[in-house]
Design a protein around this ligand. Structure first.
Ligand code: G3H
Ligand code: 13P
Ligand code: ZN
Ligand code: NA
Length: 280
């Protein structure tokens, strides 16, 4: 069933768990996420990155919406990393339940202005708004942010940012990385997360952590305990699809169904890890 992303995150806050938001690119991905969520009796978010939307177009969004409406568990459809205002304005007309306004490439002042403008338009349509303060390093769908450009989220700035923009969810940068973590493993600033949680709890804003692929189980649990309510997962699911394709033969239906099963297994594991299994 389709409910609002706001409600999903409120339920997660109440239950002390997190919602998995999984990037999808095609029908197999959509079906894999929904099948995993149904199998685990878990809520989940289908999210579409602008690059995926350019490729899949309206049919990709419509597939997500239909899959959400027909699922036996709560599913919502989210627009990920809206770095361009014109793309976001289009996304607002497409039927998404929530959007990420991503001004993390801008200066603080520009980010506030950009987020504030788009946030008010999205709110007028009843959509939940996520925004990012600070900047993640790493690589996603062709866009790479070097480590020296990465910035941690500043707590004092975050307070002003939330007040000015009226966002519902804040994506924070505490050492989390898009794509792979270095061989030494992730190095998350949990003290910073604790301070950000105190702030967002006070403001009624949900904490979001991008770059969840590659985070070990214990660390994910610590982040949930410290208040993270949405994890974005892309790389691990995408890689399971690609690995499956490499191993596949020539029967297209078989290729597609193996790829879907591979993604479903990864998603199901994440739903367990996030504590949302059994919470539908
Ligand atoms: O991606 C950048 C935005 O389009 C800038 O928007 O003109 O509201 O600052 P703005
Ligand atoms: P990963 O690719 O590291 O899982 O990050 C996903 C993400 O943040 C999507 O917005
Ligand atoms: Zn992200
Ligand atoms: Na990652």
């Amino acid at each position: 069933s389709r409910i609002s992303t706001k409600q999903l995150l409120l339920n997660a806050e109440k239950g002390g768990y997190a919602i998995g938001a999984f990037n999808v690119y095609n029908l197999e991905g959509v079906e894999a996420v929904v099948a995993a969520a149904e199998a685990e009796n878990s809520p989940a978010i289908l999210q579409i990155h602008p690059s995926a939307l350019k490729q899949g177009g309206v049919p990709l969004v419509v597939s997500c919406i239909a899959a959400a409406e027909q699922s036996s568990v709560p599913i919502t459809v989210h627009y990920d990393h809206g770095t361009s205002k014109s793309d976001l304005l289009q996304a607002l007309e497409m039927g998404f339940d929530s959007v990420m306004v991503d001004g993390s490439h801008l200066t603080l002042g520009e980010n506030i202005l950009y987020t504030k403008i788009v946030s008010s338009l999205a709110h007028a349509k009843g959509l939940l708004v996520e925004a990012e303060l600070g900047r993640l390093s790493g690589s996603e769908d062709g866009l790479t942010v070097e480590e020296y450009e990465a910035r941690f989220t500043d707590v004092a700035q975050a307070e002003g940012f939330i007040d000015e923009t009226s966002i519902d969810a804040l994506a924070v940068c505490i050492g989390n990385v898009h794509g792979k973590y270095p061989p030494s493993g992730p190095n998350l600033k949990l003290d910073l997360l604790k301070d950000l949680r105190a702030l967002t709890l006070k403001k009624g804003v949900s904490l979001v952590l991008h770059g969840a692929s590659g985070l070990p189980h214990e660390l994910v649990q610590e982040c949930i305990d410290l208040g993270v309510r949405k994890f974005n997962v892309n790389t691990e699911v995408r890689n399971s699809y690609l690995e499956s394709l490499k191993k596949s033969g020539k029967d297209l239906i078989q290729v597609m169904s193996s790829a879907k099963e591979a993604m479903k297994a990864v998603v199901a594991e994440k739903l367990h890890l996030f504590g949302s299994a059994g919470k539908a």
